[in-house]
Design a protein around this ligand. Sequence first.
Ligand SMILES: Nc1ncnc2c1ncn2[C@@H]1O[C@H](COP(=O)(O)OP(=O)(O)OP(=O)(O)O)[C@@H](O)[C@H]1O
Ligand SMILES: [Mg+2]
Length: 584
Amino acid sequence: MSSYGSCGGVAPRSVHRERSHWTKELETEHTTDEVKRLRACINDLVSILALPAIWSGHEPSQIGRTLLDALVGMLRVDFAYLRVVDSLDGTPIEMVQVAQFRRNLQVRPDELGRLLSPCFTGQPPTSSFLIPNPVGEGNVSIAHRCLGLQNEMGILIAGSARTDFPTETERLLLDVAANQAVIGLQEARRSIEQKRIAQELDHRVAERTRELHEREARIRRLVEANVIGISMWNLNGPILEANEEFLRMIQYTREDLVSGHMRWTDMTPPEWRDRSELAIAEMKATGMVQPYETEFFRKDGTRAPVLVGSALFEEGGNEGVSFIMDIAERKRAEDERERLRQALADLAHISRVTTMGELTASLAHEIKQPIAAAVINAKTCFRWLSRDDPDLPEAREAAARIIKDVLRASDIISRIGSLFKKGAAQRELLDVNEIIHEMIVLLRNEASRYSISIRSELADDLPKAMADRVQLQQVFMNLMLNGIEAMKDAAGELTIKSGQTEDGQLRISITDTGVGIPSEKVGQIFDAFFTTKTQGTGMGLAITRSILEAHGGRVWATANSSRGATFHFILPTGGKAAPVSVGT
Ligand SMILES: Nc1ncnc2c1ncn2[C@@H]1O[C@H](COP(=O)(O)OP(=O)(O)OP(=O)(O)O)[C@@H](O)[C@H]1O
Ligand SMILES: [Mg+2]
């Protein structure tokens, strides 16, 4: 690099003189200076042209600094200033280099930038112009070069207190330096952009890899969790992969799977093949098939009921995945429920028979009455007929009373008999008030044993209910007996009311003045087998609820404000009833 002042100085000019030895000497000296100057200039140019090579891979700020160093070293300037515009966000980087002989004076790049601002905006002065010297006295001449066509990359400025600044050589050096700076900065921008793209790509690749790992881990967790059976297959039959849960369901081993002989087509029982064909057609059309129930042959030939949902890996492809849920348990539970329902129905019958057994003693008394009356009337009738002059009207009247008594007895017996019958439920239009009357007759004796009175408040003109007579009797008997049992120890009153709800359904209530239901038990009393009685089965209310719900009605209990409890139930009228499911 040239020494300070090697460029752009004004060479001493020779003047008209006589040719003499002295003149010759002077000319020789002059030529030597010119050669030196030119050589220095060429050196400077070479140095500037070499700069991009050392800038390779550098930041714009590093490029700027080496450029300013070189310029201050080559030109006889007081300072050199560079403003580079950031390619990403457009913010300028400003830097300044002060000549060696001015180093004792400090100037901040931004302050200098403010003084030089006429060069940045609008129409900058084309040639040099003067500003107050920021690093010394007097004024400085300013020479500037745009980086890019319109300063878009920045601007290069040099200032010198010399009046001849810039000389032609200095202009040339500034031009070349500015061009080189543009090349270097463009290169730096390109490399920053490339780095940014490479980083972004790396970031995206890392992100995608992480996502894939996470997805893979999730799928692996799902497969290995074995909460659901998973199998991968080819539409033509082979099962390619399966998790333990699927193998467990169908009793195959991993060795069976690895052998490659497991085929879903062989596992599908003949009557389910049409369903499989349908599923394949759906999958080919939409890529997936909604879960459907089917069966697979287990290895031992038994069948595994399953729920299967499948999807193809890719459109038009032959391979896919199935999620298989073992529903054997559910099927077993359904069978179990059916058995329980049957057991409940049987229990309902047994419970009724037992209750009736207990009632027999008191009912015998009830039946004895009309039979005793019939005997008395028969004797009376016999007496009237046995007279010498038989009194036929009296005898007829006595016979009529006999018929009435016998009918009463047979009525009671048939009512009891109907309660024992275990037949199919039969629905008919029933007068609920009539059934309440019958039940009061049946239970009055039982109630009076404990000094309990039975009262009824029945609404007139009630519509009939479509119900099973025996089942409805049973409902009343369960609720009324519970009421009686709740009052056993302290007497009381059982009130049965009938009426209608606003929407015309039948509404019945059975109120007692007994011990009441503790609030913590209210939620349990309708549960099967819940009882607080030593002799109780705990089935009464469970059966009552089943019967009423099967008739489309419902039952609930409330606590009375004073003593005891009230059981309410609602029963639809006419033919609205649901099919009977609790038969006794
Ligand atoms: N009117 C009532 N007052 C107070 N508690 C009642 C009344 N009705 C039912 N309960 C309570 O609900 C329980 C269950 O009644 P549920 O009729 O189902 O069975 P149970 O009467 O105990 O036995 P079962 O009816 O088989 O003889 C009773 O044990 C009792 O604790
Ligand atoms: Mg009961």
